[in-house]
Design a protein around this ligand. Structure first.
Ligand SMILES: Nc1ncnc2c1ncn2[C@@H]1O[C@H](COP(=O)(O)OP(=O)(O)OP(=O)(O)O)[C@@H](O)[C@H]1O
Length: 620
């Protein structure tokens, strides 16, 4: 690992540690004080306990030699009682510290989780969710890779590490009584070993972090295997073996660099281990000799041995990895917050959106390119959407129909030109307010694994508790009967993954989605968009669905996207998109009469539907 990376790593580790402490204090100053006591008191008590046991051993040794005098007996009993009390207090402090860590860890993680969710939900647009860097951070902010070390483990490790360290220091102080150099020799040897070990761990933490993207990939294969959305396809296509193999391969590929680094012990590590063993052996022999020659008492020897055993704690290193790895999600969550606060992710606009549009929406020479892409999806697009009328958009796959709707809903800001709402540039309108003026059901509308009431209620949260309003929207969408026949009616969870849950057919889901859109209109949305949410319906049912939709939304500004011409023909106006622009526009009759692209596509589709009908007639 290059030295530069090492230096960067040392700074990073400092930041990780600092961030963890700061967030612990912000989470609960009271618990921090409790933790501090739980760290410091046992250290002080452990020193006193070791001395008390030394006194007990000495009095026993003296009694064995000279018989038990009343004074010796008193000393022994006092020392025993003191040792017992110290031990008991220490024992109660340990679970107190552990409990404080547990509560702190849970609160810290809870805050972190809330912050990550709030951060990711904050930008009104979608651009950030399509950036691999941001997604990597989101992934790390929740957990480090798959073999996760959570922040709560870091808190526990802080408690253990600093308890051990303080106890080690107390031990060092006691060992000074034997020889001034003794604790120094041990601490130097342990530091040498620690340095070698920490270097390894630091490289391993850094390497794991570098693998986040690859680990995200393997998590994707794991989720495909374990969650239901892909279950149908993975079984129908017999993908089980492939998925297992892919998961194992991507996981192994990502982690093999880390494992290689971990295996690579390095001579420094081995030298320091041998050195430490030698020093321990030497000092134990010296202590034995001192006790045998009477230079120190047996009790003192026991005190020094116990002190030596606690010395490792001075440089306790094995917990550092846990602290650093567990702090990484916290630091990443904070970096993510800072990143999302950048102006690039905040959409501009302060003008109110109430009542818009009353005249219409105009796209003027609009162009758009997705972040990180090299070509424009829309280029020089001019389009008029009159308020209170219906507009249908048709066009071949990939011509930018959904993209146009995303710009309209301001999920992205156009990269060129202007979108004017009643003459006001959309980028000057408050994005939150505008989002309440638009209701859209996309091709991939969400089937929430929540109650039927919630699935409809999301159209207008202010009406979500109003069963009357929900029922009206559902009735108009043709979804009321479906909902009322569910086992728990409106309170049925629309997913088989829950007890008493129910699943719906594709067509039934679409009616629920339509009810959601209609509730949005009842809640004040002025523009309604349907982006082909009717893929499950046959041509006739889809035409009926849209006819109903257009009737129900008469007087509302509506935009409908469909590939079926029988569906869109009733719209007030139809535009044909091609090459990122409006290629043709007019009513159905005008476009057919024009004999252009629309007329050709319409004739092709009509012929396809007519052919089977003619064959049936011929056989009859
Ligand atoms: N998030 C994205 N990032 C990059 N490119 C995208 C993104 N979404 C869509 N595109 C690209 O933009 C182009 C237009 O996509 P869009 O979904 O708007 O087309 P569409 O006309 O709605 O297509 P369809 O009829 O198939 O639904 C396509 O080439 C697509 O690959």
């Amino acid at each position: 690992m290059p030295e530069r990376a090492g230096l960067h790593g040392a700074r990073l580790l400092l930041r990780l540690r600092w961030t963890l402490f700061r967030e612990m204090v912000r989470t609960s100053p009271g618990l921090c004080v409790l933790l501090l006591l739980a760290i410091m008191l046992p250290a002080a008590l452990s020193g006193a306990f070791v001395v008390a046991t030394g006194v007990v051993i000495d009095t026993v040794a003296t009694a064995a030699k000279d018989g038990l005098t009343p004074a010796g007996s008193r000393t022994m009993i006092t020392a025993l009682v003191v040792a017992g009390v110290l031990y008991t207090v220490q024992m109660t402090l340990h679970p107190t510290g552990a409990a404080a860590c547990d509560v702190m860890g849970r609160r810290l993680e809870g805050r972190l989780r809330d912050r990550v969710m709030a951060t990711v939900l904050a930008p009104p647009g979608l651009a950030h969710l399509e950036q691999p860097d941001v997604l990597d951070r989101v992934s790390t902010a929740q957990t480090v890779g798959i073999g996760e070390i959570r922040p709560r483990a870091a808190v526990r490790a802080v408690n253990n590490k600093y308890s051990e360290q303080l106890q080690g220091l107390v031990g060092a102080g006691l060992l000074l009584g034997y020889a001034w150099w003794a604790p120094l020799v041990f601490i130097a040897a342990w530091t040498f070993l620690r340095h070698a070990w920490v270097r390894k761990l630091r490289d391993s933490v850094q390497l794991t972090a570098l693998q986040t993207r690859s680990l995200r990939r393997s998590s994707y294969f794991r989720d495909l295997a374990l969650t239901s959305p892909a279950a149908k396809e993975t079984r129908v296509f017999g993908m089980a073996g492939w998925l297992l193999d892919r998961f194992a391969r991507t996981w192994t590929e990502a982690m093999s660099v880390v494992w290689q680094e971990r295996r690579n012990g390095g001579p420094r590590l081995w030298i320091s281990i041998v050195l430490l063993a030698g020093i321990h052996l030497a000092i134990f022999v010296l202590l034995g000799n001192s006790a045998a020659s009477g230079a120190i008492s047996i009790g003192a020897m026991s005190v020094y041995i116990q002190a030596i055993l606690s010395l490792e704690g001075v440089v306790s290193y094995d917990l550092d990895h846990t602290i650093d790895a567990g702090s990484r999600p916290i630091l990443t969550a904070i970096e993510l917050e800072e990143e999302m606060a950048r102006p690039a992710y905040r959409m501009s606009g302060e003008l109110p959106a109430a009542g818009l549009p009353s005249e219409g929406i105009r796209f003027e020479d609009v162009s758009f390119r997705y972040p990180g892409q090299s070509h424009d999806v829309l280029a020089g697009l001019d389009l008029e959407i009159p308020a209170g009328r219906s507009l249908a958009i048709v066009g071949e796959n990939g011509t930018g129909k959904t993209t146009l709707v995303k710009l309209l809903a301001r999920l992205y800001d156009r990269t060129g030109g202007r979108i004017l709402v009643d003459g006001v540039d959309l980028v000057r309108i408050d994005p939150q307010q505008w989002s309440h003026r638009i209701a859209a059901i996309f091709q991939d509308f969400v089937q929430y694994h929540l109650t039927a009431a919630a699935n409809v209620g999301f159209g207008a949260l202010e009406l979500a508790e109003d069963r009357e309003a929900l029922a009206t929207a559902a009735r108009r969408a043709g979804a009321l009967e479906i909902i009322e026949s569910l086992p728990q009616g409106w309170d049925t969870i629309l997913s088989r993954e829950f007890v008493d849950g129910a699943d719906l057919s594709g067509g039934q889901w679409q009616r629920i989605a339509l009810a959601r859109a209609l509730l949005a209109v009842a809640g004040g949305a002025g523009v309604l968009v349907l982006d082909e949410p009717t893929a499950h319906l046959d041509a006739r049912a889809e035409a009926e669905f849209y006819n109903r939709f257009l009737e129900l939304t008469e007087g509302t500004t509506t935009v409908v996207i469909s590939h079926r011409f029988s569906t869109v023909r009733r719209a007030d106006r139809i535009v044909v998109l091609a090459d990122g622009k409006v290629a043709e526009q007019g009513t159905h009759d005008e476009l057919v009469a024009e004999g252009g692209r629309y007329a050709r596509m319409f004739a092709l589709q009509a012929a396809r539907f007519d052919e089977p009908a003619k064959q049936v007639e011929a056989h009859a």
